[in-house]
Design a binder for this molecule. Structure first.
Ligand SMILES: Cc1cc2nc3c(=O)[nH]c(=O)nc-3n(C[C@H](O)[C@H](O)[C@H](O)COP(=O)(O)OP(=O)(O)OC[C@H]3O[C@@H](n4cnc5c(N)ncnc54)[C@H](O)[C@@H]3O)c2cc1C
Length: 520
């Protein structure tokens, strides 16, 4: 699939065993995942994958294609290409892939490693075929054959001993490696491993495969396979801007490769970025890279669960901080409001053709019930459960149906453009920097519909503070009007005298009435 959304919970970079396994595990935890893969896994030159339980002998491209099918079967998206840049933007990551930009909350880097081969004529062409590095990957396939072990570092004797387990015909090619110590010489001799000194200048092969090597003195050693120790370098360029640099892995001072340090779950020093597979462990095989991908995925999923839970707890606390005082206020009296519909609602809806109405902050439900009695299909919401219970009783007594929502306006996440009338009578909507409440009001109105916001004129700070609130914290009709653009027409915007003698709002003598119609 060659398509991408704009944002994902996790972007996995690298589609080898580590990345694919990580992506599948994340998808199975219902995370949205984009996997980006440049398509050159480390073992691509090899004909088959070995030591992968149940998949022994599968061609690498077949194995990875099956992995991609699994990713897509769980709804994951795959982009083919190189990730060009990985940047942090606050708590998100921005990822650019060939001009496309996506964001992610977490990133799993499974970009693998590159092998730097000894620079000998004819060697690179046979890499992965009969120029080998790992007895577990392809040792069985060259059992009993003539095997040369090219020494370029202190690992060579160890490699020779390992391949001696697979063939009695192993030769250690001294090349640039350190001479075996007396103890090593004894071991090699005991196992019948000859040592050929001199620099290897050429790897020879014919149609049937590798035939041998040539030494600087012109002599030849007949071989079927040549074992080398490439320097295996982490493909970690994307992590450099975060200061996450691969560290060197050395044996007796000799460079074996580089890998990005991480904790056992693959977590790096950069929060939000995990690594798995060869990029963090040059010894990882295909199956252990897949396991590392799964481990990192589980850690990422857990990290997201922790963050989401913390966020949910904060939202819950915020909601309770609003709901509880309202519930207490309603519970402290048998009835708070007059029980009559608000006068501006009655006057401003006169002449409107009844359709779908939303009553925001419906309280004890007098407006909602009145609208329902007059043919409107009413949804009414309030943060107070006590108020809503009273409102539902009221509707039942009168015999009308209203959909009651126990929620604040913003969190209710109402379907956009779905009401012909949105009425907010004296609403206690909190002002936010992003104008969430005002925008939620506007968004709810269907094209052609009416938004009616009514409030008392803002009292002085002293008056308001005496009543235990700060007027600057609440949305006014003017705040809503300020967001109306040319898709709206303001039909009424005025201050009127008010004459309500019962209920908690009876002290107010004026109403500000703002009625606007959505044109498109
Ligand atoms: C010749 C050879 C034969 C091998 N045979 C075996 C074997 O038989 N059995 C075994 O267990 N192991 C074998 N291995 C080891 C095996 O290749 C690794 O263990 C394995 O590939 C590691 O998996 P990985 O997912 O970490 O990385 P890789 O398989 O290398 O996958 C990394 C992926 O990331 C992609 N990538 C890199 N950078 C970017 C970027 N910026 N944007 C997007 N994508 C990117 C690459 O294109 C690649 O597809 C062999 C290795 C070699 C060299």
């Amino acid at each position: 699939m060659d398509q991408a959304n704009d944002s994902y919970e996790v972007v996995v970079i690298g589609g080898g065993a580590a990345g694919l396994a990580g992506a599948v595990a994340l998808l199975r935890s219902r995370r949205s995942v984009l996997l980006v893969d440049a398509g050159d896994p480390r073992n691509a030159p090899a004909g088959h994958v070995h030591n992968f339980l149940t998949q022994d002998g599968t061609a690498p491209d077949v194995l990875y294609a099956a992995g991609r099918t699994e990713v897509q079967a769980y709804g994951g998206q795959i982009l083919h290409g190189d990730v060009d840049t990985l940047e942090r933007d606050d708590d998100l990551f921005r990822i650019q892939v060939q001009g496309r930009k996506v964001t992610a909350r977490r990133v799993l880097v499974a970009t693998g490693a590159r092998d730097e081969l000894p620079d000998i004529a004819g060697l690179a062409e046979r890499w992965g075929i009969d120029v080998l590095h790992c007895p577990y990957c392809h040792g069985w396939e060259v059992r009993d054959q003539h095997i040369g072990v090219l020494a370029t570092g202190p690992l060579a004797v160890h490699q020779a001993l390992m391949f001696r387990q697979l063939s009695a015909q192993v030769t250690l090619l001294q090349h640039t490696g350190p001479p075996p110590t007396p103890e090593q010489q004894e071991r090699l001799a005991a196992l019948g491993i000859p040592v050929a000194t001199g620099i290897v200048t050429q790897v020879d092969s014919a149609a049937g495969g590798l035939t041998g090597i040539r030494l600087a003195d012109g002599s030849r050693v007949k071989l079927h396979a040549l074992v080398v120790a490439p320097v295996c370098r982490a493909r970690a360029e994307l992590l450099a801007p975060f200061g996450v640099l691969p560290s060197e892995v050395r044996l007796d001072g000799h460079l074996l490769g580089t890998q990005v340090e991480s904790d056992p779950t693959g977590s790096t020093t950069e929060p939000g970025i995990w690594v798995a597979g060869n990029v963090t462990n040059i010894q990882a095989q295909v199956i252990s890279s897949a396991a590392a991908g799964l481990t990192a995925a589980a850690a990422i999923n857990n990290d997201l669960i922790t963050e989401d839970t913390e966020h949910a707890v904060q939202t819950y606390r915020d909601r309770r901080a609003i709901q509880d005082p309202w519930d207490q206020r309603y519970a402290s009296m048998e009835q708070m409001w007059s029980g009559q519909p608000n006068t501006p609602l009655v006057s401003e809806t006169r002449g409107l053709c009844p359709g779908r109405a939303l009553d925001v902050g419906c309280g004890e439900g007098a407006d909602a019930v009145w609208l329902a009695e007059h043919g409107w299909d009413v949804t009414a919401l309030d943060v107070s459960r006590v108020a809503l219970d009273r409102a539902a009783d009221h509707a039942e007594r009168v015999g009308v149906q209203v959909r009651w929502l126990h929620a604040g306006l913003v969190e209710a996440a109402l379907p956009p453009a779905s009401f012909d009338l949105v009425s907010a009578q004296y609403p206690a909507l909190l002002r936010t920097e992003k104008h969430e409440a005002e925008l939620a009001l506007l968004k709810a109105v269907a094209p052609g519909g009416v938004l009616l916001v009514v409030h008392h004129p803002t009292p002085s700070k002293e008056q308001a503070n005496a009543h235990g609130f700060d007027p600057d914290e609440y949305v006014s009709p003017a705040d809503v009007a300020a967001l109306l653009d040319d898709r709206w027409r303001i039909e009424v915007d005025e201050t009127r005298p008010r004459n309500v003698t019962t209920g908690a709002g009876s002290g107010h003598t004026q109403d500000i009435v703002m009625r606007a119609r959505r044109l498109t």
